[in-house]
Design a protein around this ligand. Sequence first.
Ligand SMILES: [Zn+2]
Length: 244
Amino acid sequence: MPAENRIEIHPSLLQKLHRIHRQISDLTSQIARCPRQIQAGKAMVDEGSKVRDTAKETHKTAVLACDAKQLQLQSREDKITGLEGKLKTAASNKEFSLLKEQIAADQQANEVLSDEILEGLEHIDQLENEVQKASENLDRLEEEQRDRVKEIEAKQQQLETELSRIESELKETEKDIPASAMADYRRITEARGEDALAPVDGESCGGCYQTLTTQLIDRLRMSLLIRCPSCNAFLYTPESRQVT
Ligand SMILES: [Zn+2]
């Protein structure tokens, strides 16, 4: 028979240890969440920055395209002026009407181009608006992130202080564990944290819900150290059912 059969341990000690281990795992997971929350906020800022850069790039491309069209319009207008000059010196009716045709074609092309330029300018206004909105959104995201980081870092510090307080309490409380149970206790708590201990729930293990034998329950009532035969947790009677 294992040595635990003879070890006496007060249920309130196991209950307290369980409470402390639960607090430690809760604090540890809250602390682990802090950098993930900061990272998630940073991802939102990065996304906002990408949207702003894309808007800027789109705006720049549209401005360049519109500038090119304006140059094209200007050079065609210069060409029309040149052709109009030649009208006065046309040597024949045929040449005159060819020049007229050419001028009319260029003027028509320029009308189309002018419309395109107007549309382009309107589009550029919209794009400027979008750059503005994306920049404002990015500013907001960055400000929110600065606040978030400050808040989370403060919270993390508070949680770490609390954790070291609870860890000291654990060390203090572990001094009351019978020496003969210590090795088992160390092994199972290191492997399973808060699941190393479980309250008895009715006739079952509160950790894995395995039904316990009457013999085990009786031994528990005698404050003997009992391990759940199924999940191996140290079992204890919860406070409301402890005999004082
Ligand atoms: Zn169990």
